[in-house]
Design a protein around this ligand. Structure first.
Ligand code: NAP
Length: 256
C-alpha cells in the first residue's frame, strides 16, 4: 500500500483554502492547514486546522519533523513575509520539499492613479497635510501610523474590530470580510466622499473591487509595496499547486 503523503499548508488566504478543498478528497494525501490565529472567527476549512505560531523557523522545522510532514505549501498572503521566510528556512532545515503559492500583484491599467510607497508611515506622508477623506483598506495591525495624521477622515475596513480604535477624531469603522464587489465598493467610496485609498497590492479578485472602483471614480490609490520573499519554487495558481501533487502517490518518500 502506498504510504499517505502528509501535507502542511500554511494558510490564511482564499487560495490556501481552495487548495485544501482540491486536495482533501484525495485518499493518498493527509492534508492539514495552519492559521496564525489572527482572526477571531476563521472561515470553515475542509481539512483539519492547527492554529497559532510555531515559534520561528526552528519551531516550524521541529513541527515538520515531529509530525513527519512530507510536503510544505506556503500559501500565505504575499505580505506575510516573516512566515514565508520561516517556511523557507524550516523546509531547508527539515529537508522537506517546499512550494510557495503566490498570487501575482495587481498591475496598473489605463485610468489608474497609483502611487507605490514603502510602508504605512510612507503612506501617511504621501497623504500630505491638507485634510482628506481616506479609505484605509489595511489590517487592524497596520493602521496605527495614521493616528499621526489626525487631520484626515478615515474609513477603516477590517475583518476584526480595530481595538483600540485609531487615535484620530474622525474615523468610521466597517467590519467585513471579502470578497468585495466593485459596484459595492464604488457605492461605499462615493457615499463617504473618499478622495484617497490606501491598500496593499494583495493581488487576486477578492480585494480588487476597491481598486476598480477607485479607477472609475478617479480616486488616487496609495499602495504599500510588496515585501521581498524568499526565492523558493513557486506557482501562481491553485491549479499549478495541485499539479505539483500529480505524482504524489509515486513519490511519497521524504525529500523527493
Ligand atoms: P507574518 O508577519 O509573516 O508572520 C508573523 C508570525 O505569525 C510568524 O512568524 C508566525 O509565528 C505566525 N504565522 C503567520 N502565518 C502563520 C500561519 N499560517 N500559521 C501559523 N503561524 C503563522 O504574518 P502576518 O502578515 O501577520 O499574517 C498572518 C496570517 O494572516 C497569515 O496566515 C497570512 O496568510 C494571513 N493574512 C495576512 C495578510 C497580510 O496582509 N499580512 C492578509 C490576509 C491574510 P511563529 O514565528 O511563532 O511561527
Amino acid at each position: 500500500m502506498t504510504p499517505l503523503l502528509r501535507i502542511l499548508i500554511l494558510g490564511g488566504t482564499t487560495e490556501a483554502r481552495r487548495l485544501a478543498e482540491r486536495l482533501a478528497p484525495r485518499p493518498e494525501l493527509d492534508v492539514r492547514l495552519s492559521l496564525a490565529g489572527r482572526t477571531s472567527n476563521p472561515v470553515p476549512h475542509p481539512v483539519p486546522l492547527r492554529i497559532g505560531g510555531f515559534g520561528g523557523a526552528d519551531g516550524l522545522a521541529a513541527y515538520l519533523m515531529d509530525e513527519r510532514i512530507d510536503r510544505l505549501i506556503d500559501a500565505t498572503h504575499p505580505y506575510a513575509a516573516q512566515m514565508s521566510a520561516n517556511a523557507a528556512q524550516a523546509a531547508a532545515l527539515a529537508r522537506v520539499p517546499l512550494l510557495a503559492l503566490r498570487r501575482p500583484a495587481w498591475q496598473p491599467v489605463a485610468g489608474d492613479r497609483w502611487r507605490e510607497v514603502a510602508n504605512a508611515q510612507a503612506a501617511v506622508d504621501a497623504l500630505g497635510d491638507v485634510p482628506r477623506r481616506v479609505f484605509l483598506a489595511l489590517g487592524r495591525n497596520e493602521i496605527a501610523p495614521f493616528a499621526g495624521a489626525p487631520q484626515h477622515f478615515y474609513l477603516v475596513r477590517s475583518v476584526d474590530a480595530v481595538e483600540p480604535p485609531l487615535a484620530a477624531p474622525r474615523a468610521v469603522y466597517i467590519q467585513a470580510r471579502g470578497p468585495f464587489r466593485e459596484e459595492d465598493d464604488r457605492a461605499l467610496l462615493a457615499a463617504h466622499r473618499i478622495d484617497g485609498v490606501v491598500s496593499k497590492n494583495s493581488g487576486g479578485d477578492a480585494a480588487y473591487g476597491k481598486i476598480a472602483a477607485a479607477r472609475t471614480l478617479g480616486i488616487a490609490v496609495i499602495l504599500l509595496r510588496r515585501p521581498a520573499l524568499p526565492e523558493v519554487p513557486a506557482v501562481e495558481t491553485v491549479d499549478d499547486a495541485v499539479a505539483w501533487f500529480a505524482h504524489a502517490g509515486v513519490s511519497a518518500a521524504r525529500g523527493v
